[in-house]
Structure formats: C-alpha cells, structure tokens
Design a protein around this ligand. Structure first.
Ligand code: MV4
Length: 453
C-alpha cells in the first residue's frame, strides 16, 4: 500500500479523498491555487503545496506544477478526483514516466475512450447495443444528410471530443440539420479544439442510466448497480438516485453485464461509469464510459456500503478485488441533491460570495459532502457546487421524505442556491411516480435545453 498520496483537485472531492486516505493510514499532500489558500483540503491534508494562480490553467491544470509538487513531497501516487486532469491520458502517462502511480485507468484504456466516436465503435465491436448513426466522422453536409436519411429524423449531432453537452444539436429536418452542422462544428472547435462530430438517432423520452463498475488489474470486474441521472439542466446533473425506478432486477442484470463487457473491451482498471440511454420501451444503448470517479458516487456508496475511493486506491496499489457480484446487494434507496450556488430564478447564473450563515443538514440517514464552512468565500473561478446532500432510505419513498426534511434544515446565506428547486422536484407528482426523463426540467419548469435557445 502507498504511504503518501497527492490529491490533484480541490473542493469537496479533495476532502473526500483525504478522508479515505486518513482511514487507510496514508499521508496526504494537497495542492491548491492562490484562491484556495483558506480551503479545508489545505488544512486537513498532512502537507500542502501552492501550485499557482486561481485560473485552472495556472494551477489545477498545470501539469509541471503538480508533478513538481509530487516530486518535492515524495508521493507514490496521485489521485486526480473528477474534472481537471482526471481523464487526461497525457497526464497519466507523465505520472507513469515519473514513477508516480496515477490512481485511475491505464493511459492505454484512456486513449481508447478519449473520443466518443472511437468509444462507440469499440463498444459496437464488443457487442454492446448502440444507437443507429454514423460509423465514421461526419465531415460535410452531404455526409450528414446521408446518415439522417438512413436513420430518419430526429437526429442528434454530437461533438466527438465533447463533454457537458457542448456541440450537441437536435435536428428534425434537412434544413435544421445543415444549419446545425456548422454551428456544432464551430462550437466543438472552440470548446475542445477539434471540430469532429458524429450523428445518432435522437431518443426523445429517454432516461440517463449509468452503471458503476470497479475493475482490478487482474481482470476481475464487478458492477454496483445503476444511478438514474435523468434530472439534468444543460447536461449538469442536479439530482441522482439509485436504484432507478425504471429498472427491475432482470434488466439491471442485463445492463450490468453489458457494462462489464464494455469495460473488458478496453481492459478497464479502477472505478468507472458506463452511461446508457434507456428508451420508453426499456431498450438500452451505450453512450459513454466515464473514466473517473464521478460526483454522484456517494449514491452508490451508501446503497452498497462500499467505499469507492478506497477501492480506487487499493486497485492502484495492485490489490485484488474481493467484492463479488453475487454478494453485492443494494440496500434500500438513495438520492443525491447537488446544491449549487446558482440562481434558478435568473437562468442559473452563478451566485458566488461569502457564506455568512450556514447550517448543514444532519441526523439519521443523511450524508453531506461539502468543503464549505461559515465564512467561506465561494470563488467565481470554479464550479458552483457547494454541497451534495445524500439521503438513504429503506425504499424510495422514505429516501424522498428524508431528503425533504434534510433540505428544510439547509441554510446557506446570502448566496442563492438550487435548494428550493430540489424541493419542488421532490414534491412533483411525476418525480414521485418515477416518471422522469431527460426533458423533465424543461417540461416542468420551462428550463431550456441549450440547443433550443
Ligand atoms: C442523447 C440523448 C438522446 N438521444 N443521445 C446528454 C449528455 C451526453 N452524455 C449525451 N446526452 C444525451 N444524448 C441520443 N441519441 C439524450 C441525452 C441527454 C439529454 C438530452 C437533452 C436534455 C437533457 C439530457 C439529459 C441527459 C441525456
């Protein structure tokens, strides 16, 4: 086992990783930007190194600064958390060449999954169901029209190097397709430096279902069920839950086996997430394999009583997976609400600033993952998530009741947050019946999907 790990991240996930390390007897090194000097991850780590100015490019994305911090403090491994460098195969390679273990999948598997078009082809060859669409990149309007006429409208244009829904466009006819093609390519080029796009059949009433997997270095892979992440706004998840109200144990087994097959096809190691789209007929399609620990991992942790971060560390240290599929059983139901410092009444604009009054929920069956405290200054430089509230009930109804009482206890002032929106969702009849699809927020609250503006 490692004796010292560097955490190349900030915020709640940096704290989460420090907690796992402390419980494993591993020393920790925090890195921080000038804007984060008063952050708890700096305080709670055994050592801390300032790696640059507030802007991510100068600090949390600054590979030479992070590697230097790792060498100076003599760590054996780096945990990248999520975002920033977590899915950067180049960074993983540099760690390896410096004899530092990157806590995540190998650079080789990361490369097979780096662009979505290639990932889609790998998974198709491995026998996973994928949506009909282009099998090569779409370069011009003739290519696009040919694919669209073959698979029929509506279709969706996706950026192959994309993330967060940028470069995505839905088209219902030739005219829209041709005009969207140009804007999607331009947006992809601007956001990701590559204009590559592909086209898929668009599924309107779909659920976003993702499977958590853990894979060791010896070919052992298990899944820890699904998370239903259908409630999103501009591809930012707001509320996640497990089990999905749309799955029964038979479908869970089938989708879980597909997730494992997908992971095997790229020799996956560490924790990962296989995303599927589930349509109204309960047909599922592979979408993406996320090669990181995800924000919503606690939903799975409380349901399965498994510490995913500790498993990432053990696997990276070469330990064998001792969990087995037959004994991994979900216990009840769990829900996570992401509390963002944003104003839902004003197009979700960020609401940074100093937290003057804070009361975090507590009590039975509640977990809160956060890095904020009274007096903490929410920086405009980073994402606006300030807390994750996770409720664990004996069933979905109980989890909803627990979450509602927890949100009633939450005070974060004077910043605006998504708390009230969460209360509305939890009170919504369709939500309570489990009838939520990816268009839920637009339908219910008139919250718009970016490509429709
Ligand atoms: C789709 C889709 C429907 N049909 N692809 C969103 C982010 C990225 N991971 C893929 N996403 C989707 N891909 C096809 N072919 C629906 C989504 C989607 C979504 C779309 C509009 C509004 C909210 C959404 C939430 C989750 C997934």
């Amino acid at each position: 086992m490692f004796s010292k790990i560097l955490i190349a991240n900030r915020g709640e996930i940096a704290l989460r990783i420090i907690r796992a390390c402390k419980e494993m007897g591993i020393k920790t090194v925090a890195v921080y930007s000038e804007a984060d000097k008063d952050s708890l991850h700096v305080r709670f780590a055994d050592e801390a190194v300032c790696i640059g100015a507030a802007a991510p490019a100068n600090s949390y994305l600054n590979i030479p600064a992070i590697i230097s911090a790792a060498e100076i403090t003599d760590v054996e491994a780096i945990h990248p958390g999520y975002g920033f460098l977590a899915e950067n195969s180049h960074f993983a390679e540099i760690c390896e060449s410096c004899q530092i273990t990157f806590i995540g999948p190998s650079p080789e598997s990361m490369k097979m999954l780096s662009d979505k078009m290639s990932a889609r082809e790998v998974m198709r060859k491995a026998g996973l169901p994928i949506l009909s669409g282009s099998s090569t990149l779409v370069k011009c309007k003739e290519d696009a029209l040919k694919v669209a006429h073959k698979i029929k409208y509506p279709v969706i244009i996706k950026a192959s190097w994309g993330g967060g829904g940028r470069g995505m466009r839905i088209a219902h006819n030739d005219i829209r397709l041709v005009s969207s093609l140009m804007t999607a390519q331009a947006e992809a080029e601007a956001a990701f430096g590559k204009p590559d796009i592909y086209i898929e059949k668009y599924i309107n009433q779909a659920k976003h279902i993702e499977f958590q997997i853990l894979a060791d270095n010896y070919g052992n892979i298990v899944h820890l069920g699904e998370r239903d992440c259908s409630i999103q706004r501009r591809h930012q998840k707001l509320l996640e839950e497990s089990p999905s109200p749309a799955l029964n144990s038979k479908l869970r087994k089938k989708m879980g086996e597909a997730a494992i097959k997908g992971a095997k096809a790229v020799n996956y190691q560490s924790a990962g997430t296989v995303e599927f789209l589930l349509d109204a007929d309960k047909t599922f399609y592979f979408m993406e394999l996320n090669k990181r620990i995800q924000v919503e991992h606690p939903v799975t942790e409380v349901l399965y009583d498994v510490d995913l971060i500790k498993w990432q560390i053990r696997i990276a240290a070469g330990e064998k997976l001792t969990l087995n599929q037959e004994t991994l059983m979900p216990n009840g139901a769990s829900i996570e609400c992401r509390i963002n410092a944003e104003n839902p009444d004003n197009n979700f604009i960020p609401s940074p600033g100093r937290i003057e009054a804070l009361n975090l929920p507590a009590g039975p069956k509640i977990r809160v993952d956060t890095h904020v405290y009274q007096g903490y200054n929410i920086s405009p430089y980073y994402d606006s998530m300030v807390a994750k509230v996770i409720a664990h009930g004996k069933d979905r109804n109980e989890a909803i009741l627990i979450m509602k009482r927890a949100l009633d206890e939450l005070i974060i002032e004077p910043v605006k947050t998504t708390t009230h929106l969460h209360k509305q969702i939890l009170d919504n009849r369709l939500f309570q019946e489990g009838e939520v699809y990816t268009n839920f927020l637009e339908n219910i609250y008139g919250v718009k999907f970016d490509s429709e503006e």
